[in-house]
Write a new protein. Structure first.
Length: 159
């Protein structure tokens, strides 16, 4: 029934022992500014419908993987629809079981200040050249992943 609260702006259930997945219905929370499911035992994929939550400023899905425990943690790839979240300032998905590559669409997030995908050991590929457009980026964490290659030169020249 939480998905029937259209005016909800903050949903934080961090640091509990909650289990389950993130339902597609989360996108019905169109006014949600902060979604914090960190430090729990959530799993499954991040739904594509997350891109419909255009009011999101902070998306914190971090620390859901249990070390040496393959049963919890968000898995699958980071949805490309994240690139539709024009107001997103913080994207934390570190310490999960995410796979695939960093979507180039993350480079469209003009307001993004913090990007943390660290400790997702099965993230691969390289840092997309589109990340040079992240003018507001202050912090980017990719340690503990299999992301390699060259850092785009424009990203290195940012203030």
């Amino acid at each position: 029934s939480i998905f029937t609260l259209p005016n909800l702006q903050v949903l934080s259930v961090a640091r509990n022992q909650l289990k389950g997945s993130l339902a597609q219905e989360v996108s019905s929370l169109v006014n949600l500014r902060i979604l914090d499911l960190s430090s729990n035992f959530f799993g499954g994929s991040i739904p594509e419908s997350i891109g419909e939550m255009t009011s999101l400023v902070e998306l914190r899905l971090n620390t859901n993987a249990v070390p040496n425990g393959p049963f919890f943690g968000f898995s699958g790839s980071i949805p490309t629809t994240i690139g539709l979240l024009d107001n997103l300032v913080r994207f934390d998905v570190f310490e999960n079981l995410l796979t695939g590559v960093l979507p180039t669409e993350l480079g469209y997030l003009d307001k993004l200040e913090i990007l943390d995908v660290a400790l997702n050991t099965n993230l691969t590929g390289s840092i997309p050249a589109q990340f040079e457009s992240l003018a507001s980026l202050r912090e980017m964490y990719i340690g503990g992943t299999d992301i390699g290659g060259t850092v785009p030169s424009g990203l290195c020249q940012m203030q």
